[in-house]
Design a protein around this ligand. Structure first.
Ligand code: PLP
Length: 389
C-alpha cells in the first residue's frame, strides 16, 4: 500500500537536494570545524556557507545566527539565556502566549519556580493574541516577550510586526522573541520586517534533517549560554559543531526561501479541496483553523462524538498519517492547551485531528482521504453510546 503523509507539522521528509549536499560531510569531509588544520578548515567553510544561507533567509548578518540542535534548544536558550544575562537575582518578567509550544511553556514554568514572573496571554477564539492585552500586561520589569509566529496545531499566524511596533514604543527596551519553527516554509521571515530580536527555527520542519536548528540573535542582544563546554558558537552553544546537519539546514533554508511562493500556492489549493470536502461530507464538526489567517498547510478539525486517537488509528490502517494535535507532545491524552485557550470544550477537543500538508502531497491523496474519512467518523459515532446527532 502506498502510504500518504499529512503530518508535516510534526516533521518533513528530507528534500533530495538537501541530502545530496549533506552526504560528503558523513564521508570525506569529516573534520571538526573548530580544528585549525585543513580538515577543520574545510568543515568550517561549509559551516560558514550554511550560516550565510540561513542569514539570507532571515535577511540578517551571518554573525547574528548561531546553530543549535533545534527549536527546543533555541527556545530554551533565549528564555533561560536572557534571564542569565539580565535577570538573575533581579525582579524579571516575561510575557508569552497561552498557545506556545511546550519548548516555550516548559522553560517558562521552570523559570517561574526560580522566581521569574511570567504572564501567559489569552488568545481570541481564532487563536490570535490580542495586542491590547499584551499592552496591559507590560510591567516596568518586563524584559522579554516571546510569541510564536505560527502555531503548530491549528496553524494560526500571530501579528508579530504589530507586536514589535507596540514594544518599540516603550522607553525601556523589551526584547522580543518569536518561535518561527512552523512559519519558515510559508511566511516571510525577514527579521527586519518582523522587528524581532530573537527568532528560532528548526531544519526538520523545512525538509531538512532532524536535530539541528538555529537562533537569530540581533546584534548586541543580551544572552548567556546555558550549556557550558568548548565555547563554540560565540560561547552561546558549547558542543562540537554538527557540520553535516548544519549543511542540510543551510540548503533547506535556501530552498525554503526560493520555493516558498510556489509551494504555498500548491499547498493552499490542496487544503481548499480537503476543507471543502470534509465540511461537505461530515456533519457536526468544528473547523478550528481560520483559513484567512493561517499557514496554508494546516487544517484542524474537531469531530463531535469521535475520539481523535481512534480516527488516527483507523486512518493509519488505510495508510494515511495524520495527528491528533501536536506530535511533539503526543503520548499525553490531555486535551490540547491550544484548543482550551481558544475556548474549545474538552469534550469536543478530544475528537481533534490535524491535517498538515506538504510540498509532495497530491490531489489524488486528498481524494483518497475524502473517501476514507467520512465512513470512519460514521462508524466511530455509531459505536459511541452517548453520541446523539
Ligand atoms: C512551534 C514549535 N516550536 C518548537 C518545536 C520544537 O522543535 P524541535 O523539534 O526542532 O526541537 C516544534 C516542534 O514541533 C514546534 O512545532
Amino acid at each position: 500500500m502506498k502510504r500518504i503523509y499529512f503530518d508535516h507539522s510534526a516533521t518533513t521528509p528530507v528534500d533530495k537536494r538537501v541530502l545530496k549536499e549533506m552526504l560528503p560531510y558523513f564521508g570525506e569531509i569529516f573534520g571538526n570545524a573548530s580544528s585549525m588544520h585543513s580538515f577543520g578548515r574545510e568543515a568550517y567553510k561549509a559551516l560558514e556557507q550554511a550560516r550565510g544561507r540561513v542569514a539570507g533567509l532571515l535577511n540578517c548578518a551571518p554573525g547574528e545566527i548561531i546553530f543549535t540542535s533545534g527549536s527546543t534548544e533555541s527556545n530554551n536558550l533565549v528564555l533561560r539565556g536572557i534571564i542569565k544575562a539580565l535577570g538573575e537575582g533581579k525582579k524579571a518578567h516575561i510575557i508569552t502566549s497561552s498557545i506556545e509550544h511546550d519548548s516555550v511553556m516548559e522553560p517558562c514554568a521552570d523559570l517561574e519556580k526560580q522566581g521569574v514572573a511570567v504572564t501567559y496571554l489569552p488568545v481570541k477564539p481564532s487563536g490570535v493574541v490580542d495586542v491590547g492585552e499584551l499592552r496591559k500586561a507590560i510591567r516596568p520589569e518586563t524584559i522579554l516577550v516571546s510569541i510564536m509566529y505560527a502555531n503548530n496545531e491549528v496553524g494560526v499566524i500571530q501579528p508579530i510586526a504589530e507586536i514589535a511596533q507596540e514594544l518599540s514604543k516603550r522607553d525601556k527596551k523589551i526584547y522580543f522573541h518569536t518561535d518561527a519553527t512552523q512559519a519558515v516554509n510559508a511566511l516571510d521571515c525577514d527579521v527586519n520586517k518582523l522587528g524581532v530580536d530573537f527568532l528560532s527555527l528548526s531544519a526538520h520542519k523545512i525538509y531538512g534533517p532532524k536535530g539541528v536548528g538555529a537562533l537569530f540573535i540581533k546584534n548586541k542582544s543580551p544572552l548567556k549560554g546555558i550549556q557550558l563546554g568548548g565555547r563554540q558558537e560565540k560561547n552561546l552553544r558549547s558542543g562540537t559543531i554538527n557540520v553535516s546537519g548544519i549543511v542540510g539546514l543551510g540548503k533547506a533554508a535556501e530552498i525554503a526561501g526560493e520555493e516558498r511562493e510556489k509551494n504555498n500556492k500548491k499547498i493552499g489549493k490542496l487544503r481548499q479541496k480537503l476543507v471543502k470536502g470534509i465540511i461537505k461530507s461530515i456533519p457536526d464538526l468544528l473547523f478550528n483553523t481560520d483559513v484567512n489567517n493561517s499557514l496554508p498547510s494546516h487544517a484542524h478539525f474537531s469531530f463531535r462524538g469521535a475520539e481523535g486517537e481512534s480516527i488516527l488509528l483507523y486512518l493509519d490502517m488505510e495508510g494515511i498519517a495524520v495527528s491528533t494535535g501536536s506530535a511533539c507532545a503526543s503520548g499525553s491524552l490531555e486535551a490540547s492547551h491550544v484548543l482550551s485557550a481558544m475556548g474549545v470544550s474538552e469534550e469536543i477537543a478530544h475528537g481533534s485531528i490535524r491535517f498538515s500538508l506538504g510540498k509532495y502531497n497530491t490531489h489524488a491523496e486528498i481524494s483518497k482521504l475524502l473517501k476514507k474519512l467520512p465512513p470512519i467518523i460514521g462508524k466511530l459515532r455509531k459505536l459511541n453510546p452517548i453520541y446523539k446527532k
